[in-house]
Design a protein around this ligand. Structure first.
Ligand SMILES: CCCCCCCCCC(=O)SCCNC(=O)CCNC(=O)[C@H](O)C(C)(C)COP(=O)(O)OP(=O)(O)OC[C@H]1O[C@@H](n2cnc3c(N)ncnc32)[C@H](O)[C@@H]1OP(=O)(O)O
Length: 170
């Protein structure tokens, strides 16, 4: 069954009585926007390109965190960095021939990443044990500063599970 990718207009995220918007509590801070709550305009959240390093097969990315990726004022949301690392660690397995999904992901945030920064992502398979892959990765500034690093357990899909997913591609 194909998954539709059209933008739904009728998703109801309202909640029952006894709640008021958290924005009202935060309005005095003038945070403006956040990675998850938006508002988002166009494609100014994250842009990235993945590469495979020819010397060792590691996955390397160049990533830009835009205004829509905001967490703390002017800096990247931890979830935005975790999302990049999730995809990086998973993709390091896929490009090595292992179609995986994430089972566990541990992320350490080491330095705040200013919005507008272009950073480098690196990810590689640290260890493999049957269907269990243990990739690691990090997001680095051009001067070597580590913004965030991650390790995870990724499970290689069975051929039946992979075929079932392939059936859902549009
Ligand atoms: C080019 C394309 C690039 C794409 C990159 C994508 C990167 C993005 C990665 C993601 O974010 S994927 C989305 C988030 N992940 C999920 O939605 C996965 C949800 N979980 C599952 O689908 C299943 O739980 C899973 C496939 C992970 C495991 O189910 P299985 O039935 O295939 O495996 P099974 O339960 O037999 O477990 C196999 C082994 O893994 C272990 N295991 C499974 N899930 C675990 C878990 N969550 N934590 C720890 N260990 C786990 C399990 O104990 C067992 O260990 P042993 O072999 O030693 O007995």
């Amino acid at each position: 069954m194909a998954v539709t990718s059209s933008l739904p207009q009728d998703i109801d995220l309202s909640i029952g009585p006894g709640h008021r918007p958290a924005d009202e509590h935060l309005a005095h801070l003038k945070l403006g926007r956040s990675f998850l709550a938006g508002p988002h305009a166009g494609e100014d959240i994250i842009r990235l390109r993945w590469y495979v390093r020819e010397s060792d097969g590691a996955l390397v990315g160049r990533v830009w965190f835009g205004p829509g990726a905001q967490g703390p004022p002017g800096h990247a949301h931890g979830g935005s960095m975790a999302a990049v690392l999730d995809e990086a660690l998973g993709s390091s397995c896929w490009v090595a021939g292992h179609p995986v999904v994430a089972a566990e992901l541990t992320t350490s945030f080491r330095a705040m990443l200013p919005l507008g920064t272009v950073a480098t992502v690196e990810a590689w398979i640290e260890k493999a044990d049957g269907r269990k892959l243990y990739p690691k990765g990090h997001i680095l500034a051009d001067d070597g500063t580590v913004y965030a690093e991650a390790s995870g357990l990724f499970i290689e899909m069975t051929s039946e599970a992979f075929d079932a997913l392939a059936d859902r591609l549009e």
